[in-house]
Design a protein around this ligand. Sequence first.
Ligand SMILES: C[S@@+](CC[C@H](N)C(=O)[O-])C[C@H]1O[C@@H](n2cnc3c(N)ncnc32)[C@H](O)[C@@H]1O
Length: 215
Amino acid sequence: MTTSVRSHPVYAAVYDRYNRGAERTWLGEARALALSHARGQVLEIGAGTGMNLLRYRDVEKVVATEPDPAYRRRLRRRVPEAQVPVEVVDAPAERLPFPDASFDTVVSTLTLCSVDDPARSAAELRRVLRPDGALLLVEHVQTDAGGFVRAAQHASVPFWRLFVGGCRTNRPTLRTLAGAGFEVKELDRFNPPHVPFVMFPFVVAVASPTEGKAG
Ligand SMILES: C[S@@+](CC[C@H](N)C(=O)[O-])C[C@H]1O[C@@H](n2cnc3c(N)ncnc32)[C@H](O)[C@@H]1O
Protein backbone atom coordinates (compact mmCIF):
# COMPACT_ATOMS: atom_id res chain seq x y z
CA MET A 1 0.00 0.00 0.00
CA THR A 2 1.37 3.46 -0.90
CA THR A 3 0.95 5.96 1.89
CA SER A 4 3.76 8.48 1.52
CA VAL A 5 2.54 11.40 -0.55
CA ARG A 6 4.78 13.39 -2.88
CA SER A 7 4.79 17.09 -2.03
CA HIS A 8 3.84 19.68 -4.68
CA PRO A 9 5.15 22.96 -3.25
CA VAL A 10 4.94 24.96 -6.49
CA TYR A 11 1.40 23.90 -7.31
CA ALA A 12 0.32 24.46 -3.70
CA ALA A 13 1.78 27.98 -3.83
CA VAL A 14 -0.16 28.97 -6.97
CA TYR A 15 -3.30 26.89 -6.27
CA ASP A 16 -5.60 29.63 -4.99
CA ARG A 17 -4.54 32.11 -7.66
CA TYR A 18 -4.82 29.48 -10.42
CA ASN A 19 -8.39 28.63 -9.36
CA ARG A 20 -9.57 32.15 -8.56
CA GLY A 21 -11.73 32.57 -11.66
CA ALA A 22 -13.27 29.11 -11.30
CA GLU A 23 -13.98 29.67 -7.62
CA ARG A 24 -15.87 32.87 -8.41
CA THR A 25 -18.01 31.15 -10.98
CA TRP A 26 -18.72 27.43 -11.17
CA LEU A 27 -16.33 25.86 -8.62
CA GLY A 28 -17.50 27.95 -5.67
CA GLU A 29 -21.07 27.08 -6.57
CA ALA A 30 -20.23 23.36 -6.85
CA ARG A 31 -18.53 23.43 -3.44
CA ALA A 32 -21.53 25.19 -1.89
CA LEU A 33 -23.94 22.67 -3.37
CA ALA A 34 -22.00 19.65 -2.09
CA LEU A 35 -21.28 21.14 1.36
CA SER A 36 -24.92 22.09 1.91
CA HIS A 37 -25.38 18.39 2.83
CA ALA A 38 -22.66 18.39 5.53
CA ARG A 39 -23.72 17.67 9.10
CA GLY A 40 -22.37 16.44 12.43
CA GLN A 41 -18.76 15.29 12.60
CA VAL A 42 -17.14 15.98 9.22
CA LEU A 43 -13.99 14.49 7.71
CA GLU A 44 -12.49 16.27 4.71
CA ILE A 45 -9.70 14.44 2.85
CA GLY A 46 -6.92 16.30 1.03
CA ALA A 47 -8.26 19.64 2.21
CA GLY A 48 -5.55 21.50 0.29
CA THR A 49 -5.39 25.23 1.01
CA GLY A 50 -8.73 25.07 2.83
CA MET A 51 -11.03 26.42 0.13
CA ASN A 52 -13.97 24.62 1.75
CA LEU A 53 -13.30 25.70 5.33
CA LEU A 54 -15.17 28.99 5.19
CA ARG A 55 -18.22 27.31 3.71
CA TYR A 56 -19.05 24.94 6.59
CA ARG A 57 -22.07 25.92 8.71
CA ASP A 58 -24.20 23.94 11.16
CA VAL A 59 -21.70 21.10 11.64
CA GLU A 60 -20.15 20.05 14.96
CA LYS A 61 -16.54 19.85 13.82
CA VAL A 62 -14.43 19.46 10.69
CA VAL A 63 -11.36 17.21 10.71
CA ALA A 64 -9.37 18.39 7.69
CA THR A 65 -6.70 15.91 6.61
CA GLU A 66 -3.83 16.98 4.37
CA PRO A 67 -0.71 14.86 3.80
CA ASP A 68 1.31 17.41 1.79
CA PRO A 69 3.17 19.86 4.08
CA ALA A 70 3.10 22.57 1.42
CA TYR A 71 -0.70 22.54 1.37
CA ARG A 72 -0.99 21.90 5.10
CA ARG A 73 0.81 25.15 5.98
CA ARG A 74 -1.73 27.11 3.93
CA LEU A 75 -4.61 25.09 5.33
CA ARG A 76 -3.62 25.91 8.92
CA ARG A 77 -3.57 29.62 8.06
CA ARG A 78 -7.23 29.45 7.04
CA VAL A 79 -8.44 27.70 10.19
CA PRO A 80 -9.02 30.89 12.25
CA GLU A 81 -11.40 32.18 9.56
CA ALA A 82 -13.70 29.12 9.79
CA GLN A 83 -17.12 29.44 11.45
CA VAL A 84 -16.89 25.93 12.95
CA PRO A 85 -14.21 24.05 14.95
CA VAL A 86 -11.51 22.67 12.64
CA GLU A 87 -8.71 20.21 13.39
CA VAL A 88 -5.93 19.73 10.82
CA VAL A 89 -4.47 16.22 10.63
CA ASP A 90 -1.51 14.95 8.59
CA ALA A 91 -2.83 11.76 6.97
CA PRO A 92 -3.19 10.23 3.50
CA ALA A 93 -6.64 9.08 2.41
CA GLU A 94 -5.24 5.56 2.06
CA ARG A 95 -4.56 5.31 5.79
CA LEU A 96 -6.92 7.37 7.92
CA PRO A 97 -6.06 7.40 11.65
CA PHE A 98 -9.69 7.26 12.80
CA PRO A 99 -11.90 4.50 14.19
CA ASP A 100 -14.56 2.79 12.10
CA ALA A 101 -17.85 4.68 11.69
CA SER A 102 -16.56 7.87 13.33
CA PHE A 103 -17.91 10.53 10.91
CA ASP A 104 -21.37 11.62 9.80
CA THR A 105 -20.03 13.27 6.65
CA VAL A 106 -16.96 12.67 4.50
CA VAL A 107 -15.96 15.29 1.92
CA SER A 108 -13.68 14.96 -1.10
CA THR A 109 -13.37 17.91 -3.44
CA LEU A 110 -10.82 17.49 -6.24
CA THR A 111 -8.88 15.00 -4.14
CA LEU A 112 -9.76 11.51 -5.40
CA CYS A 113 -8.12 12.51 -8.70
CA SER A 114 -4.84 12.99 -6.81
CA VAL A 115 -4.58 10.15 -4.29
CA ASP A 116 -2.11 7.39 -5.12
CA ASP A 117 -4.47 4.48 -4.45
CA PRO A 118 -8.12 5.32 -5.18
CA ALA A 119 -9.51 1.89 -4.23
CA ARG A 120 -7.71 1.87 -0.89
CA SER A 121 -8.82 5.47 -0.26
CA ALA A 122 -12.44 4.66 -1.11
CA ALA A 123 -12.33 1.69 1.29
CA GLU A 124 -11.03 3.98 4.03
CA LEU A 125 -13.79 6.56 3.40
CA ARG A 126 -16.34 3.75 3.65
CA ARG A 127 -14.77 2.44 6.86
CA VAL A 128 -14.79 5.75 8.74
CA LEU A 129 -18.27 6.83 7.59
CA ARG A 130 -21.27 5.93 9.75
CA PRO A 131 -23.84 3.65 8.08
CA ASP A 132 -26.31 6.56 7.85
CA GLY A 133 -23.63 9.05 6.80
CA ALA A 134 -23.03 10.86 3.52
CA LEU A 135 -20.05 11.15 1.22
CA LEU A 136 -20.00 14.54 -0.54
CA LEU A 137 -18.04 14.96 -3.74
CA VAL A 138 -16.88 17.53 -6.21
CA GLU A 139 -14.60 15.64 -8.58
CA HIS A 140 -13.70 15.34 -12.24
CA VAL A 141 -14.04 11.77 -13.49
CA GLN A 142 -13.32 9.61 -16.52
CA THR A 143 -15.75 10.25 -19.36
CA ASP A 144 -18.42 7.61 -20.06
CA ALA A 145 -17.95 8.26 -23.75
CA GLY A 146 -15.12 6.23 -25.23
CA GLY A 147 -13.21 7.32 -28.28
CA PHE A 148 -11.07 10.39 -28.56
CA VAL A 149 -11.90 12.03 -25.21
CA ARG A 150 -11.15 8.95 -23.15
CA ALA A 151 -7.99 8.26 -25.15
CA ALA A 152 -6.89 11.87 -24.52
CA GLN A 153 -7.63 11.45 -20.79
CA HIS A 154 -5.38 8.40 -20.63
CA ALA A 155 -2.69 9.96 -22.81
CA SER A 156 -2.53 13.19 -20.81
CA VAL A 157 -1.95 11.52 -17.43
CA PRO A 158 1.89 11.62 -17.33
CA PHE A 159 2.04 15.28 -18.38
CA TRP A 160 -0.95 16.38 -16.31
CA ARG A 161 0.22 14.60 -13.20
CA LEU A 162 3.57 16.33 -13.44
CA PHE A 163 2.31 19.87 -13.99
CA VAL A 164 -1.04 19.80 -12.18
CA GLY A 165 -0.03 18.70 -8.72
CA GLY A 166 -0.39 14.94 -9.12
CA CYS A 167 -3.91 15.09 -10.63
CA ARG A 168 -4.96 12.22 -12.94
CA THR A 169 -7.47 12.94 -15.69
CA ASN A 170 -8.69 9.36 -16.21
CA ARG A 171 -10.02 8.26 -12.83
CA PRO A 172 -13.34 6.29 -12.91
CA THR A 173 -14.04 7.61 -9.40
CA LEU A 174 -17.76 6.81 -9.24
CA ARG A 175 -17.08 3.19 -10.25
CA THR A 176 -14.27 2.98 -7.68
CA LEU A 177 -16.64 4.23 -4.98
CA ALA A 178 -19.35 1.76 -6.02
CA GLY A 179 -16.75 -1.01 -5.67
CA ALA A 180 -15.99 0.18 -2.15
CA GLY A 181 -19.65 0.04 -1.08
CA PHE A 182 -21.09 3.45 -1.93
CA GLU A 183 -24.33 4.22 -3.73
CA VAL A 184 -24.71 7.58 -5.44
CA LYS A 185 -28.00 9.18 -4.37
CA GLU A 186 -27.68 12.58 -6.05
CA LEU A 187 -25.56 13.35 -9.08
CA ASP A 188 -25.01 16.47 -11.12
CA ARG A 189 -22.63 16.16 -14.11
CA PHE A 190 -21.38 19.21 -15.92
CA ASN A 191 -18.64 20.52 -18.19
CA PRO A 192 -17.52 23.85 -16.74
CA PRO A 193 -16.31 26.75 -18.87
CA HIS A 194 -12.62 27.50 -19.47
CA VAL A 195 -11.55 24.02 -18.36
CA PRO A 196 -9.56 21.63 -20.61
CA PHE A 197 -11.85 18.93 -22.04
CA VAL A 198 -9.64 16.12 -20.66
CA MET A 199 -11.13 16.95 -17.24
CA PHE A 200 -14.75 16.46 -18.37
CA PRO A 201 -17.11 15.66 -16.81
CA PHE A 202 -17.12 17.16 -13.33
CA VAL A 203 -19.57 15.76 -10.81
CA VAL A 204 -21.22 17.06 -7.68
CA ALA A 205 -22.51 13.99 -5.85
CA VAL A 206 -23.96 12.74 -2.60
CA ALA A 207 -23.30 9.04 -1.91
CA SER A 208 -24.31 6.73 0.94
CA PRO A 209 -22.81 3.51 2.22
CA THR A 210 -24.65 0.50 0.84
CA GLU A 211 -26.06 -1.89 3.42
CA GLY A 212 -23.83 -4.60 4.78
CA LYS A 213 -20.11 -4.87 4.43
CA ALA A 214 -18.21 -2.75 1.92
CA GLY A 215 -17.85 -4.31 -1.53
C1 LIG B 1 -6.30 19.55 -6.49
S1 LIG B 1 -5.89 19.59 -4.79
C2 LIG B 1 -7.52 19.82 -4.06
C3 LIG B 1 -7.46 20.50 -2.74
C4 LIG B 1 -8.80 20.71 -2.04
N1 LIG B 1 -9.45 19.46 -1.77
C5 LIG B 1 -9.71 21.62 -2.82
O1 LIG B 1 -10.88 21.29 -3.00
O2 LIG B 1 -9.28 22.70 -3.21
C6 LIG B 1 -5.56 17.87 -4.46
C7 LIG B 1 -5.32 17.59 -2.99
O3 LIG B 1 -5.18 16.17 -2.79
C8 LIG B 1 -4.16 16.00 -1.83
N2 LIG B 1 -3.66 14.62 -1.90
C9 LIG B 1 -2.75 14.08 -2.74
N3 LIG B 1 -2.53 12.80 -2.44
C10 LIG B 1 -3.31 12.52 -1.38
C11 LIG B 1 -3.54 11.35 -0.59
N4 LIG B 1 -2.93 10.20 -0.87
N5 LIG B 1 -4.41 11.43 0.42
C12 LIG B 1 -5.08 12.58 0.70
N6 LIG B 1 -4.91 13.71 -0.01
C13 LIG B 1 -4.04 13.68 -1.03
C14 LIG B 1 -3.13 17.04 -2.21
O4 LIG B 1 -2.16 17.22 -1.19
C15 LIG B 1 -4.03 18.22 -2.45
O5 LIG B 1 -4.33 18.89 -1.26
